[in-house]
Ligand binder design. Sequence first.
Ligand code: G3I
Length: 352
Amino acid sequence: MVLSAAIASPLAARLPRREALQTVAGRAGRLFGAAVRADALSADLGFRSAVSRECGIITPEIEWKWAYLEPQQGHLDFAAADRLADFARVAGKRIHGHALLWHRSIPPWASAVLADRPDWILVRRFLSSVMPRYGDVAFTWDVVNEPVEVGAGPDGLRRSLYHQAFGPDYIERAFEDARMLAPTAALFINEFGIDHDLPEENEKRLLLLRLLERLKKKGVPIDGLGIQAHLDLAKQPYFREAALADFLNDVGSLGLQVRISELDVREANPLQPVADRDAQVAQAVGRYLGVALANRAVGSVTCWGLSDRYSWLSSWGRPAGLNRGLPLDSDFNLKPMANILNVAFASLINSA
Ligand code: G3I
């Protein structure tokens, strides 16, 4: 399915009062959502209403991570995490829980303990404190985030603190505990850097696939793969439809679901006219989703933020909103990226 032409077409430009993204996604049998920050949701009514309107699912961008929840041992602070959950309950959204085991979100005190005296009880205690608390709204979870690294070792696993402390089996231990704590939720591995036809990304896809095969073979209770899809316009010449399509087929044939979990676009040249920039962003998203959504295993698309006002892409010394890699601009106006998402979902309905 080629969607890029639709961006420039008068149809996409003139889409009248279009349906909300969650609505058109729903009609296509898919889910649409975004990562959100609790502070933005509480303080910014414009943002809150945009999220309410467009998203069927939300991912806590920061506040459900271990480092955030338990900065000091034994002092769990659920205030912000609960605010997100309460918003979801009231607004009728479901939450994708993110991210239980991530090497970049271990609190410093826990890193020190694990490095000195590996004790799985510490990890299990964290999982037990967070998963049942949100069992009514969290329908899916990233159990292990970013476990694969090219060049790390023959098993392809990142030599994270979890790997150092517990060996490669830390992944299955985490999934087994997670299944016990959330028996009906779908459990995911979430990974980045696997979108393009570049040697490192090709190798990483292969290592990830081998890992998923091993886990399935051992009967580990994993339900799916999250593909982060942080697209990068500097890498866009290396996007090749067949590479992504083949990978999705391979993952789907293991019986796993796929979520596009953190979609956004890093721009290569923010000094061009805004209309050109927005068209390039939308085009990259259109090409990507044209392949991804053609595969039935891909059940949902989550953007890593909804509006450029709150995007991690603006964090590297760029003022908020300078990077235009999300569906809504800093003033919550819809951009061509929103149109192309709409067109991508709508084309599934039309072709069904
Ligand atoms: O809000 C405070 C601000 O008050 C303070 O001045 C500033 C100083 O550092 O920090 C601000 O908080 C930061 C927050 O982002 C909001 O910008 C935190 O330090 C920073 O750690 C946090 O980073 C988040 C990061 O994960 C670590 O949790 C990013 O927002 C978030 O987008 C990023 O998300 C990750 C996914 O979880 C996994 N995949 C990659 C993705 C992007 O890195």
